[in-house]
Design a protein. Structure first.
Length: 323
Protein backbone atom coordinates (compact mmCIF):
# COMPACT_ATOMS: atom_id res chain seq x y z
CA UNK A 1 0.00 0.00 0.00
CA UNK A 2 1.41 3.36 -1.06
CA UNK A 3 0.24 6.81 -0.06
CA UNK A 4 1.63 10.08 1.28
CA UNK A 5 2.42 8.57 4.70
CA UNK A 6 4.41 5.62 3.33
CA UNK A 7 6.27 7.93 0.94
CA UNK A 8 6.96 10.56 3.61
CA UNK A 9 8.48 8.11 6.07
CA UNK A 10 9.93 5.56 3.65
CA UNK A 11 7.92 2.65 5.06
CA UNK A 12 6.18 -0.31 3.43
CA UNK A 13 2.89 -0.16 5.34
CA UNK A 14 1.00 2.88 6.73
CA UNK A 15 1.16 1.58 10.30
CA UNK A 16 2.90 3.51 13.08
CA UNK A 17 3.74 2.39 16.60
CA UNK A 18 3.14 5.42 18.77
CA UNK A 19 5.41 6.48 21.59
CA UNK A 20 4.46 4.89 24.92
CA UNK A 21 6.06 5.42 28.32
CA UNK A 22 8.21 2.45 29.40
CA UNK A 23 7.09 0.51 26.31
CA UNK A 24 8.80 2.23 23.37
CA UNK A 25 12.28 0.78 23.69
CA UNK A 26 14.61 -0.23 20.85
CA UNK A 27 13.43 -3.86 20.79
CA UNK A 28 9.84 -2.94 19.99
CA UNK A 29 10.65 -0.05 17.65
CA UNK A 30 13.00 -2.23 15.61
CA UNK A 31 10.51 -5.10 15.44
CA UNK A 32 7.80 -2.80 14.08
CA UNK A 33 10.13 -1.22 11.55
CA UNK A 34 11.47 -4.60 10.43
CA UNK A 35 7.85 -5.68 9.85
CA UNK A 36 7.31 -2.77 7.46
CA UNK A 37 5.75 -0.24 9.82
CA UNK A 38 7.28 2.71 11.65
CA UNK A 39 8.60 1.88 15.10
CA UNK A 40 9.07 4.57 17.72
CA UNK A 41 11.43 4.97 20.67
CA UNK A 42 9.90 6.95 23.55
CA UNK A 43 12.41 9.72 24.23
CA UNK A 44 11.47 10.71 27.78
CA UNK A 45 11.45 7.11 29.01
CA UNK A 46 15.22 7.49 28.70
CA UNK A 47 16.37 9.40 31.79
CA UNK A 48 19.00 11.50 30.02
CA UNK A 49 19.91 12.54 26.47
CA UNK A 50 22.93 10.21 26.74
CA UNK A 51 20.61 7.31 27.54
CA UNK A 52 18.50 8.19 24.51
CA UNK A 53 21.61 8.27 22.33
CA UNK A 54 22.44 4.75 23.52
CA UNK A 55 18.89 3.53 22.81
CA UNK A 56 19.02 4.99 19.30
CA UNK A 57 22.35 3.23 18.71
CA UNK A 58 20.83 -0.03 19.98
CA UNK A 59 17.90 0.34 17.59
CA UNK A 60 20.31 0.94 14.71
CA UNK A 61 21.92 -2.42 15.49
CA UNK A 62 18.51 -4.12 15.32
CA UNK A 63 17.15 -2.57 12.12
CA UNK A 64 18.28 -0.78 8.98
CA UNK A 65 14.76 0.53 8.40
CA UNK A 66 13.44 3.99 9.33
CA UNK A 67 12.31 4.49 12.92
CA UNK A 68 11.13 7.49 14.92
CA UNK A 69 11.71 9.01 18.33
CA UNK A 70 8.79 10.38 20.35
CA UNK A 71 9.25 13.62 22.29
CA UNK A 72 6.38 14.70 24.53
CA UNK A 73 6.49 18.36 25.56
CA UNK A 74 5.20 18.52 29.11
CA UNK A 75 3.75 21.56 30.94
CA UNK A 76 6.02 21.12 33.95
CA UNK A 77 7.87 23.57 36.19
CA UNK A 78 11.14 21.72 35.74
CA UNK A 79 11.34 20.95 32.05
CA UNK A 80 13.33 17.99 30.69
CA UNK A 81 16.50 18.78 28.76
CA UNK A 82 14.72 19.05 25.42
CA UNK A 83 17.69 20.63 23.59
CA UNK A 84 19.82 17.72 24.81
CA UNK A 85 17.30 15.12 23.66
CA UNK A 86 16.99 16.82 20.27
CA UNK A 87 20.78 16.87 19.93
CA UNK A 88 20.84 13.12 20.64
CA UNK A 89 18.18 12.57 17.97
CA UNK A 90 20.05 14.62 15.38
CA UNK A 91 23.47 13.10 16.14
CA UNK A 92 21.90 9.64 16.08
CA UNK A 93 20.75 10.21 12.52
CA UNK A 94 17.06 9.79 13.30
CA UNK A 95 15.00 11.37 10.53
CA UNK A 96 11.49 11.11 12.00
CA UNK A 97 10.20 12.60 15.26
CA UNK A 98 6.75 12.12 16.75
CA UNK A 99 5.90 15.08 18.97
CA UNK A 100 3.08 15.18 21.51
CA UNK A 101 1.77 17.29 24.37
CA UNK A 102 2.43 20.98 23.95
CA UNK A 103 3.25 22.58 20.61
CA UNK A 104 6.73 21.73 19.25
CA UNK A 105 6.99 25.17 17.64
CA UNK A 106 10.00 26.26 19.71
CA UNK A 107 12.03 23.29 18.49
CA UNK A 108 10.85 23.12 14.87
CA UNK A 109 13.75 25.17 13.43
CA UNK A 110 16.36 22.77 14.85
CA UNK A 111 14.42 19.71 13.71
CA UNK A 112 13.79 21.02 10.19
CA UNK A 113 17.38 22.23 9.78
CA UNK A 114 18.46 18.64 10.46
CA UNK A 115 16.11 17.34 7.76
CA UNK A 116 13.82 15.63 10.26
CA UNK A 117 10.20 14.86 9.39
CA UNK A 118 7.83 15.79 12.23
CA UNK A 119 4.48 14.13 12.94
CA UNK A 120 2.57 15.80 15.79
CA UNK A 121 -0.02 13.93 17.86
CA UNK A 122 -3.25 15.94 18.23
CA UNK A 123 -6.56 15.37 19.98
CA UNK A 124 -8.43 18.19 18.27
CA UNK A 125 -8.75 19.72 14.83
CA UNK A 126 -7.56 23.13 16.04
CA UNK A 127 -4.33 21.60 17.32
CA UNK A 128 -3.87 19.72 14.04
CA UNK A 129 -4.28 22.93 12.08
CA UNK A 130 -1.79 24.66 14.37
CA UNK A 131 0.70 21.83 13.79
CA UNK A 132 0.25 22.24 10.04
CA UNK A 133 0.79 26.01 10.31
CA UNK A 134 4.12 25.66 12.14
CA UNK A 135 5.53 23.26 9.56
CA UNK A 136 4.77 19.76 10.80
CA UNK A 137 4.90 17.27 7.94
CA UNK A 138 2.01 15.13 9.19
CA UNK A 139 -0.25 14.73 12.20
CA UNK A 140 -1.60 11.82 14.20
CA UNK A 141 -5.25 12.53 15.00
CA UNK A 142 -6.24 10.95 18.32
CA UNK A 143 -9.90 10.20 18.87
CA UNK A 144 -11.63 9.98 22.25
CA UNK A 145 -11.23 6.19 22.19
CA UNK A 146 -7.47 6.41 22.61
CA UNK A 147 -5.48 5.26 25.60
CA UNK A 148 -3.53 7.92 27.46
CA UNK A 149 -4.53 11.55 27.06
CA UNK A 150 -7.55 12.11 24.77
CA UNK A 151 -7.79 15.84 25.45
CA UNK A 152 -10.91 17.51 26.80
CA UNK A 153 -13.18 17.71 23.73
CA UNK A 154 -14.36 14.06 23.77
CA UNK A 155 -14.72 13.76 19.99
CA UNK A 156 -14.53 10.16 18.69
CA UNK A 157 -12.78 9.24 15.46
CA UNK A 158 -15.97 8.77 13.43
CA UNK A 159 -16.34 12.56 13.62
CA UNK A 160 -12.77 13.75 14.19
CA UNK A 161 -11.15 12.00 11.21
CA UNK A 162 -13.48 13.34 8.49
CA UNK A 163 -13.26 16.79 10.07
CA UNK A 164 -9.48 16.54 9.78
CA UNK A 165 -9.80 15.37 6.18
CA UNK A 166 -11.98 18.39 5.39
CA UNK A 167 -9.53 20.92 6.80
CA UNK A 168 -5.96 19.59 6.60
CA UNK A 169 -3.63 19.72 3.63
CA UNK A 170 -0.85 17.63 5.18
CA UNK A 171 -1.36 13.85 5.53
CA UNK A 172 -2.60 12.39 8.79
CA UNK A 173 -2.97 9.03 10.46
CA UNK A 174 -5.76 7.84 12.74
CA UNK A 175 -5.00 7.01 16.36
CA UNK A 176 -7.30 5.65 19.04
CA UNK A 177 -9.28 2.43 18.62
CA UNK A 178 -6.94 1.02 15.96
CA UNK A 179 -6.25 -2.73 16.09
CA UNK A 180 -6.68 -4.61 12.83
CA UNK A 181 -7.38 -4.50 9.11
CA UNK A 182 -10.90 -3.26 9.71
CA UNK A 183 -9.46 -0.31 11.64
CA UNK A 184 -7.10 0.54 8.79
CA UNK A 185 -9.77 0.39 6.09
CA UNK A 186 -12.14 2.49 8.20
CA UNK A 187 -9.40 5.05 8.84
CA UNK A 188 -8.65 5.26 5.11
CA UNK A 189 -12.35 5.65 4.32
CA UNK A 190 -12.62 8.53 6.78
CA UNK A 191 -9.72 10.38 5.17
CA UNK A 192 -6.63 9.22 7.06
CA UNK A 193 -3.64 7.75 5.22
CA UNK A 194 -2.67 5.23 7.87
CA UNK A 195 -3.02 4.42 11.52
CA UNK A 196 -1.09 4.79 14.74
CA UNK A 197 -1.43 2.01 17.31
CA UNK A 198 -0.37 2.05 20.94
CA UNK A 199 -2.27 -0.45 23.09
CA UNK A 200 -2.29 -3.05 20.30
CA UNK A 201 1.52 -3.00 20.14
CA UNK A 202 1.85 -3.51 23.91
CA UNK A 203 0.25 -6.92 23.40
CA UNK A 204 2.99 -8.24 21.10
CA UNK A 205 5.81 -10.69 21.68
CA UNK A 206 8.50 -8.04 21.29
CA UNK A 207 6.97 -5.44 23.61
CA UNK A 208 9.46 -5.24 26.51
CA UNK A 209 6.83 -5.26 29.25
CA UNK A 210 5.83 -7.81 31.90
CA UNK A 211 3.59 -10.65 30.77
CA UNK A 212 0.99 -9.50 33.31
CA UNK A 213 0.53 -6.29 31.33
CA UNK A 214 -0.03 -8.13 28.06
CA UNK A 215 -2.49 -10.56 29.62
CA UNK A 216 -4.40 -7.72 31.29
CA UNK A 217 -4.99 -6.18 27.86
CA UNK A 218 -6.04 -9.51 26.35
CA UNK A 219 -8.45 -10.14 29.23
CA UNK A 220 -9.99 -6.66 29.12
CA UNK A 221 -13.12 -5.66 27.24
CA UNK A 222 -14.04 -2.32 25.74
CA UNK A 223 -15.88 -1.59 29.02
CA UNK A 224 -12.81 -1.86 31.23
CA UNK A 225 -11.16 1.55 30.80
CA UNK A 226 -11.80 4.61 32.93
CA UNK A 227 -11.11 8.34 32.59
CA UNK A 228 -9.09 9.83 35.43
CA UNK A 229 -7.84 13.34 36.20
CA UNK A 230 -10.81 14.99 34.50
CA UNK A 231 -11.15 17.60 37.28
CA UNK A 232 -7.52 18.58 36.64
CA UNK A 233 -8.14 18.92 32.89
CA UNK A 234 -5.41 16.37 32.30
CA UNK A 235 -7.73 13.51 31.38
CA UNK A 236 -6.15 10.09 30.94
CA UNK A 237 -7.80 6.88 29.75
CA UNK A 238 -6.49 3.98 31.83
CA UNK A 239 -7.29 0.33 32.47
CA UNK A 240 -9.46 -0.07 35.54
CA UNK A 241 -7.87 -1.52 38.70
CA UNK A 242 -7.97 -0.89 42.45
CA UNK A 243 -5.67 2.14 42.18
CA UNK A 244 -7.93 3.67 39.55
CA UNK A 245 -10.95 3.08 41.78
CA UNK A 246 -9.15 4.99 44.55
CA UNK A 247 -8.51 7.89 42.19
CA UNK A 248 -12.14 8.02 41.11
CA UNK A 249 -13.32 7.92 44.73
CA UNK A 250 -11.06 10.86 45.60
CA UNK A 251 -12.22 12.79 42.55
CA UNK A 252 -15.87 12.27 43.49
CA UNK A 253 -15.28 13.16 47.14
CA UNK A 254 -13.05 16.22 46.64
CA UNK A 255 -14.63 17.60 43.49
CA UNK A 256 -13.19 20.97 42.46
CA UNK A 257 -10.88 20.92 45.48
CA UNK A 258 -8.91 17.98 44.08
CA UNK A 259 -5.20 18.62 43.54
CA UNK A 260 -2.55 16.51 41.86
CA UNK A 261 -1.01 15.79 45.24
CA UNK A 262 -4.23 14.02 46.29
CA UNK A 263 -3.64 11.30 43.68
CA UNK A 264 0.14 11.43 43.36
CA UNK A 265 0.63 7.96 44.88
CA UNK A 266 -1.51 6.37 42.16
CA UNK A 267 -0.13 8.22 39.13
CA UNK A 268 3.44 9.42 39.74
CA UNK A 269 6.41 7.14 39.17
CA UNK A 270 4.33 3.97 38.89
CA UNK A 271 5.18 2.99 35.32
CA UNK A 272 8.47 1.14 35.90
CA UNK A 273 6.94 -1.16 38.51
CA UNK A 274 3.85 -1.79 36.39
CA UNK A 275 5.51 -2.28 33.02
CA UNK A 276 8.71 -3.98 34.18
CA UNK A 277 7.62 -5.79 37.34
CA UNK A 278 3.97 -6.50 36.51
CA UNK A 279 2.50 -4.94 39.68
CA UNK A 280 -0.90 -4.47 38.08
CA UNK A 281 -2.73 -2.90 41.04
CA UNK A 282 0.00 -0.37 41.87
CA UNK A 283 -1.26 2.59 39.90
CA UNK A 284 -2.99 3.94 36.80
CA UNK A 285 -1.60 3.05 33.37
CA UNK A 286 -2.74 4.08 29.91
CA UNK A 287 -4.88 1.68 27.92
CA UNK A 288 -7.31 2.28 25.07
CA UNK A 289 -10.86 1.03 24.61
CA UNK A 290 -9.35 -1.00 21.78
CA UNK A 291 -8.43 -3.61 24.40
CA UNK A 292 -11.83 -5.09 23.58
CA UNK A 293 -10.52 -5.99 20.12
CA UNK A 294 -7.27 -7.56 21.34
CA UNK A 295 -7.36 -11.31 21.94
CA UNK A 296 -3.81 -12.51 21.29
CA UNK A 297 -0.11 -11.66 21.66
CA UNK A 298 1.45 -12.07 18.19
CA UNK A 299 4.85 -11.02 16.93
CA UNK A 300 4.95 -7.58 15.32
CA UNK A 301 5.54 -9.25 11.96
CA UNK A 302 2.47 -11.46 12.37
CA UNK A 303 0.36 -8.53 13.53
CA UNK A 304 1.27 -6.23 10.66
CA UNK A 305 1.04 -9.00 8.05
CA UNK A 306 -2.42 -9.91 9.33
CA UNK A 307 -3.57 -6.29 9.32
CA UNK A 308 -2.48 -5.74 5.73
CA UNK A 309 -3.94 -9.06 4.52
CA UNK A 310 -7.26 -8.33 6.21
CA UNK A 311 -7.35 -4.78 4.86
CA UNK A 312 -6.72 -5.98 1.32
CA UNK A 313 -9.38 -8.67 1.64
CA UNK A 314 -11.94 -6.12 2.84
CA UNK A 315 -11.14 -3.64 0.06
CA UNK A 316 -10.85 -6.12 -2.82
CA UNK A 317 -13.62 -8.54 -1.88
CA UNK A 318 -16.10 -7.40 0.74
CA UNK A 319 -16.41 -3.77 -0.31
CA UNK A 320 -15.94 -4.34 -4.05
CA UNK A 321 -18.71 -6.96 -4.03
CA UNK A 322 -21.19 -4.36 -2.80
CA UNK A 323 -20.84 -2.19 -5.90
Amino acid sequence: MKNRITELFGIQHPIIQGGMHFVGFAELAAAVSNAGGLGTITGLTQRTPADLANEIAKCRELTDKPFAVNLTFLPTVKSPDYPGYIEAIIKGGVKIVETAGRSPQEYMPALKEAGIKVIHKCTSLRHALKAQSIGCDAVSVDGFECGGHPGEDDIPNMILLPRAADELEIPFVASGGMADGRSLVAALALGAEGMNMGTRFIATQEAPVHENVKQAIVAASELDTRLVMRPLRNTERVLNNSAVERILEKEARLGKDLTFNDIIDEVAGVYPRIMKDGEMELGAWSCGMVAGLIHDVPTCQQLIDNIMAEAEQIIRKRLASML
